[in-house]
Each structure stands twice: as C-alpha cells, then as structure tokens.
Design a protein around this ligand. Structure first.
Ligand SMILES: Cc1cc2nc3c(=O)[nH]c(=O)nc-3n(C[C@H](O)[C@H](O)[C@H](O)COP(=O)(O)OP(=O)(O)OC[C@H]3O[C@@H](n4cnc5c(N)ncnc54)[C@H](O)[C@@H]3O)c2cc1C
Length: 292
C-alpha cells in the first residue's frame, strides 16, 4: 500500500517546526517514529499535506530524572524512543513501571523507532503509554509558535479514543511526571502474543506512608475497556502490611463492573489485581528497605 502524496520537511530548529504548524488546521502533522502515522497514511485514514519531521531535533531527545523535595521529577522528550525509555537506568531505578510497560510494546524494531511522546500524542486506547500517563498523573507540555508552552494534565489531555485536547498548531515537546518518594507503580497486561496490543491492561500507582495507603489510581487500556482511569478510594487508609491479596480481587471486581463483559471482565479483573498487588508489593519492600 502506498500513502497519498505529501511534502516532507525537517526544519533545523524547534521554532521552525512550530512555525510549520501555524494555521495548518490539521493539514500539517508532526512525524516522530512513524510507527502509527505511516500505517495510517498507507491505509489512507490520514491525508496530511505536509509532515514535519522532528527526529533531527536533538533538544527533544533527552530523559531527565531529578530529585525533588518530595520525590523525583521525570521529563521525557519528544524524540525519545520506547527502547530509550526501557533502557534508561536512572528513570527505571526510581520508577520501574516504565521498563515494565516498554517491554510490552511491539517488537524491537518498533521500540527502536516509535517514541514515548508519539504514543502519548496518538492516544491509542490500546497503548501502554497513555495509561502510564494517566495513572502517574503525567503532564503534557504542548508548545505553539504563537502562544508558547502550556502544561496539560493527562486527565485533561485525553478526550476519547485517538482524541486529545492538543490544538492543531501545537506540538508535544515532552511529558513530565512528579513521582512521589512513597509511590510505587506497576503494569500488567494480557495479549494474544508477546508484542501484540493488549486485550486487557492495567497500570496501578499506589502511595503509602507509614504503612498506610495514601492514594491508589488505576488506568485501564486495551481492547476490553479502552482507556480509562479511576481513583481507588476504597484502598485509602488500608494498612499495606495487612492487605489480604484476596482484597485486590474484590477491588478489581468493583472497579471493572461495567467496564467489560464476560470473559473480558475476568481478564480485566486479573490485570487490575496483578498491577495493584505488584505496586503494593514494591511499596512494602521499599518501605522495609528504608527502615533498615
Ligand atoms: C506492528 C506494530 C505493533 C505495535 N504495538 C504496539 C504496542 O503493543 N503498544 C503500543 O503502545 N504501541 C504499539 N505500536 C505503536 C507504536 O508504539 C508507535 O510507535 C506509537 O503509537 C506512536 O509513536 P510514533 O513515534 O511512532 O508516532 P508517529 O507514528 O510518528 O505519530 C503518531 C501520531 O502522533 C502525532 N505525533 C507524534 N509525535 C508528536 C508530537 N511530538 N507532538 C504532536 N503530535 C505528535 C503524529 O502527528 C501522529 O498523528 C505498534 C506499532 C506497530 C506498527
């Protein structure tokens, strides 16, 4: 299959990339890894007149992880590949859910080209990164030539499947996360084969101070549910040490009511319980280590 004709430009500065998007009304699109956009062009589901290639922009290629008073601030630039996220030791040291999710994405060739930010921008409800952005309360940095930068919380960024609040003259330059020191997160998914998009997936982020759950959030993704995120209020105040693993099942069942039916519901319950149990286990182990 061949794409419709389009112009391709690779401007030599970020400002010039943004200038391309002014008044574009969707006819000019950013291309990052091309792992979602090129198939869409080939299938003629998208017909942009011009593609703005941001790959040469070195200023967008970094992952930074910096300590703050309450934890860590992580920032992932727009040309960082999935494999770059997977292999970033500093990032995965403070928040291993990034590596856990990245390894589930496609195959090595796709992970070497596709970008974290491209996947966040694309808003595929089957993708891991939008769910990570929601569960970890990520903030999307959107930049335009005329209005500068604005920060969009992930919960406000996602409007529906493949639909976001990004304006047509805006580009996502990075996604940032504040990772509290007392937070652990985990990703669990079920897919027909390794590397396929998930049938059901969940990312859980859980904070606990002095052995008590302070907050818990789960974001669902995949065929069974699409992208949705929920705060698990029923766990707040629970004692981490005394949480019976069976409690995860009842939380999952309540969370999943209405999200999916039949066999799919059981898959969703399973991934939610796994992600919550994994996040809680990580938190309990980290707390035990801190006490030593
Ligand atoms: C065989 C196969 C298997 C895959 N499996 C998975 C999987 O298991 N999980 C998963 O999550 N993904 C999967 N993908 C998709 C892959 O992860 C893509 O890399 C990702 O969804 C999009 O990233 P990209 O950099 O390739 O974006 P592109 O394809 O370049 O762009 C996608 C869309 O986002 C927009 N965009 C990109 N970057 C920006 C930006 N900085 N600012 C504004 N808009 C931007 C583009 O204009 C376009 O509309 C798979 C893809 C293939 C081909």
């Amino acid at each position: 299959m061949k794409p419709p004709a389009f112009e391709w430009v690779a401007p030599d500065s970020l400002e010039a990339c943004l200038a391309e998007l002014i008044d574009s009304d969707g006819d000019v699109r950013v291309i990052a890894g091309g792992q979602s956009l090129i198939p869409l062009l080939n299938l003629r589901f998208a017909r942009p007149l011009r593609l703005v290639d941001i790959n040469p922009r070195d200023e967008l290629a970094a992952i930074t992880t910096a300590a703050t008073a309450t934890g860590y601030e992580v920032r992932i630039g727009a040309t960082v590949r999935h494999q770059g996220v997977l292999e970033d030791a500093a990032l995965n040291d403070v928040c291993p859910v990034f590596a856990q999710a990245a390894i589930e994405i496609g195959h090595l060739a796709i992970r070497n080209r596709g970008t974290f930010v491209g996947a966040v921008a694309h808003a595929d409800p089957h993708g891991e990164w939008p769910a990570v952005a929601l569960a970890l309360s990520g903030v999307v940095s959107a930049q335009s030539a005329e209005r500068g930068e604005r920060a969009i919380p992930a919960a406000e960024y996602y409007l529906g499947p493949y639909s976001t609040s990004l304006e047509t003259d805006e580009m996502v330059t990075a996604v940032a996360f504040q990772i509290p020191r007392d937070q652990s997160a985990a990703c669990c998914e079920v897919s027909p084969r390794r590397g396929d998009f998930a049938q059901a997936g969940a990312v859980a982020a859980l904070s606990a101070t002095d052995g008590q759950v302070r907050s818990a959030r789960v974001a669902l993704f995949g065929e069974a549910t699409g992208l949705r995120s929920l705060s698990v209020e029923s766990l707040v105040g629970a004692s981490l040490a005394e949480l019976d693993p069976r409690a995860w099942d009842s939380v999952s069942i309540r969370l999943c009511a209405g999200a999916a039916a039949g066999a799919n519901q059981r898959l969703v319950e399973h991934v939610v319980a796994c992600a919550l149990a994994d996040a809680a286990g990580q938190r309990a182990r980290a707390a035990a280590k801190e006490e030593q």
